[in-house]
Design a protein around this ligand. Sequence first.
Ligand code: NI
Length: 181
Amino acid sequence: MTIQTLPKLGTPSLFQPSEPIVEFDTPELHALIEDMHDTMIAAKGIGIAAPQIGVNLRVIMFGFETSERYPQMQPVPFTILINPEIEILDDEKIYMWEGCLSIPGLRGKLPRYKKIRYTGFDPQGNPVEGIAEDFHARVVQHEVDHVNGKLYYLHIEDLHDFGFEEAVMERAILENSRSAS
Ligand code: NI
């Protein structure tokens, strides 16, 4: 188990677009995926992207059964996605609160597309595709942003909807459970 440190907001590599994986099923790729997974679990995250552990490659993963960081959210199936792409299936956007392991202690409310199709590859190079809605769609969009060098706070429309967890968490849980129902 190799838990990596999580560079925080302000670290230049977090703003750098990542490079695609060209060779699949390599020991390096499997080691990267294991490090990402261990780091995500240790930090109680529900998703992680390679740039968050300082590796600018287009590898993301997401999924959870239950989450302390996102109580009341429906489970999201665990998925590893390499060279991910998103297609918007519904122009409707939903406003919800989210956080990020690269921005510890803070939460923001921002719009994300309600329904998307995601495509990419698994670690062996087999095509992966799925349709995601609501919070699941939000998590995928958040992680794909990371490999494009974008963090969630750039989507916040009203900066009053941004704050420390101890100040905004009660409101975030209430508003998220309303949006989810
Ligand atoms: Ni994040």
